[in-house]
Write a protein that binds this ligand. Structure first.
Ligand code: FAD
Length: 285
């Protein structure tokens, strides 16, 4: 039987914080993950639901100094339509376009993807590779947590029970390149088997790469960075031997999961080929 817990709709952030300080309440943004879990079949339903949809303080996409700031309620459609995102972070637009279909993109939020903490959350590797950080707020004040530290274990986050995710901050660095690739059963409406984001700095195409980040989703209990592979790419140029070595290193480094969507071996092989392909595309050979 579907469960209908009481819904509280705060008018502003301080009301929302007061609700959370008063006892357990599950925030709901677009509801595309929460509603699926409200059937009662997936464990105890929440006692109360805190509806964030009316909180304008959690909306908006803007340049903030040398960073892109996205309110937690930013939907995938907002990202796809944003001239600021398209100009400064096209890789996020590309990732947003792969999520669900129009209905999910209209309602699903970036903040919901982050806090839902699914290892298959498609934007999470992009946020890791882009060195994003999350601004969290509660009645106690605000704090910032780096994406690298936000998902400590399977479906867990650094959020305390009385905190909300307010904004996602992504530094915009001159000379940084970012690439994204999602592999699923089909191109739309598909949960990823492997999702990979790659970032690096270079002065021009022939220069060696620095500050390389390789982030993956759907291959472990949390979104991860492949740090051994990152080290293997550091200081290299995107030549054929670099791609071969990086792919081999990644295949050795990953300990993918076996589950209903894919086998560990498929994930290992595909992740390595995706990385190889991204390096090849970057090198233009
Ligand atoms: C048909 C379908 C297709 C989908 N396809 C994809 C896909 O291709 N790729 C993908 O990654 N995901 C996919 N999803 C999952 C989902 O759409 C995304 O994870 C989406 O980003 C969730 O956002 P939301 O606003 O709907 O979150 P909600 O369902 O409202 O919330 C998700 C979680 O985050 C918490 N939360 C939300 N906002 C905040 C906040 N500001 N502060 C604190 N906690 C918060 C909620 O309490 C809940 O635990 C799909 C879902 C469906 C139903």
């Amino acid at each position: 039987m579907p469960v209908e817990p009481p819904v509280v709709s705060p008018r502003d952030l301080s009301e929302a914080y007061a609700v959370l300080a008063d006892g357990p309440a599950q925030p709901i943004a677009g509801g595309t993950d929460v509603m699926v879990a409200l059937t009662g079949e997936l464990g105890e339903p929440p006692e109360r639901i805190l509806d964030l949809w009316g909180l304008d303080a959690l909306r908006g996409i803007a340049l903030d100094g040398d960073a892109l700031s996205l309110g937690a309620l930013t939907t995938y459609t907002d990202i796809r339509r944003s001239a600021v995102c398209r100009e400064h972070l096209p890789v996020l637009v590309e990732a947003a376009a792969t999520i669900g279909a129009a209905q999910i993109q209209n309602r699903g939020t970036l903040g919901g993807n982050v806090v839902n903490a699914s290892p298959a959350g498609d934007t999470l590797p992009v946020l890791l590779a882009a060195d994003a950080s999350f601004v969290l707020g509660s009645a106690r004040g605000e704090r910032v947590v780096a994406a690298d530290e936000f998902w400590p274990a399977y479906r867990r986050t650094a959020l305390a029970a009385d905190e909300l995710l307010l904004r996602i901050r992504i530094p915009l660095l001159a000379g940084r390149e970012l690439r994204f690739r999602k592999v699923g059963t089909r191109r739309a409406q598909s949960i990823s088997k492997v999702v990979l984001a790659l970032s690096w700095h270079d002065g021009n195409q022939a220069a060696p790469w620095t500050d390389v980040r390789v982030a993956l989703g759907s291959v472990a209990a949390t979104p991860i960075r492949a740090r051994v592979t990152e080290a293997a790419l550091e200081g290299r140029s995107p030549a054929p031997e670099t791609a071969d070595r990086a792919a081999e290193t990644l295949a050795g480094e990953l300990q993918p999961i076996d589950d209903v969507r894919s086998t560990a071996e498929y994930r290992r092989l595909v992740a390595a080929r995706v990385l190889h392909r991204l390096i090849r595309d970057a090198g233009g050979w």
